[in-house]
Design a protein around this ligand. Structure first.
Ligand SMILES: Cc1cc2nc3c(=O)[nH]c(=O)nc-3n(C[C@H](O)[C@H](O)[C@H](O)COP(=O)(O)OP(=O)(O)OC[C@H]3O[C@@H](n4cnc5c(N)ncnc54)[C@H](O)[C@@H]3O)c2cc1C
Ligand code: FES
Length: 267
């Protein structure tokens, strides 16, 4: 079930250059959300500009306080406006929306790969997997240390994320996908979940296929309605058996954002 509400900003904190955490009082959403779902919110305070809502993954919840949190990077006009909204302002939002990640009861060990703010849909998933007693390994990648997301929050869960930065400012120097190859060579996992920039996702899917590891990916696509009514977020997906595959278009907002790693066409 999803809701359309006005949610009060309870905290709005700059975590690093261009990176913010926004906490909202949204008890209906906080109690319903499943890992991988998102909210679609109006960044403006009145008026019509920008007209379209912007989608953000629900990063965390605090059910006793009725709160949800999102983590976002400022990339354009909408997120620049959002960054200026002060505590106690009310934001118009819809959620929780979209297809959440799938859980498999038989999974005992899973690996998660996040690129930068791609950690946003994965943190609630980590918490849910740990609650089920699943062993979780998290790989975080970014260009530089300041762009890593979630390190401290994961440490609070007593996890030690494996970090890769392209400039070597923290952890392994190189791409997180190189670190992934190394980790999959050392240990076996039952499932992989990932979110991040498209080229990273393509490589993660290729590496996972090499190791015959199945999994799910959370896709980000420009959205309009956010609820499956406009086709604005249609994305090419493979269907059918190997050798007789067809391409169909699926709506990321309603049929995703979680898709199986193998069905997505990354190019
Ligand atoms: C399901 C979903 C969950 C998301 N969760 C998060 C999150 O938790 N944190 C976060 O920082 N970002 C998230 N995003 C991306 C976020 O929605 C965009 O960064 C935001 O809408 C950009 O708005 P803008 O007006 O600032 O940028 P615009 O001025 O609209 O665009 C600036 C740049 O961002 C690109 N862009 C715009 N909209 C999207 C979009 N929906 N997805 C990907 N790229 C986009 C444009 O192509 C352009 O290059 C998510 C996207 C989706 C679809
Ligand atoms: S954004 Fe309208 S169908 Fe997905």
């Amino acid at each position: 079930m999803s809701f359309s509400i006005k949610a009060e900003i309870t905290a709005h904190v700059k975590k690093a250059a261009g990176l913010y955490r926004l906490d909202l009082y949204a008890p209906e959403i906080s109690s319903e959300v499943q890992p991988g779902q998102f909210v679609h919110l109006r960044v403006r305070d009145g008026g019509y500009d920008p007209l379209l809502r912007r989608p953000f993954s629900i990063y965390d919840t605090n059910k006793s306080r009725g709160e949800i949190s999102i983590i976002y990077r400022v990339v354009g006009r909408g997120t620049s406006i959002l960054a200026l909204r002060p505590p106690h302002d009310k934001l118009d939002l819809m959620g929780p929306l979209g297809r959440p990640f799938t859980f498999w009861e038989e999974d005992e060990k899973v690996i998660l790969v996040a690129g930068g703010v791609g950690m946003a849909p994965l943190y609630l998933l980590v918490k849910a997997l740990l609650k089920k007693g699943v062993h979780v390994k998290v790989l975080l990648g970014a260009r530089t240390e300041g762009e890593l997301v979630g390190t401290e929050d994961l440490q609070e869960l007593k996890l030690k994320p494996c970090v890769a930065t392209e400039d070597g400012s923290a952890g392994f120097k190189g791409l997180v996908t190189e670190l992934l190859k190394e980790k999959l060579g050392e240990n076996s996992f039952h499932r992989l979940y990932t979110c991040g920039p498209r080229p990273m996702l393509k490589e993660v899917a290729r590496v996972a296929a090499d190791f015959q590891l199945k999994g799910e990916v959370s896709l980000e696509e420009i959205m309009a309605c956010g609820v499956g009514a406009c086709l604005g977020c249609a994305f090419p997906i493979k269907t059918g058996e190997k050798g007789a595959q067809e391409t169909v278009y699926k709506k990321v907002c309603a049929q995703g954002p979680a898709f199986s790693l193998e069905e997505v066409i990354y190019d």
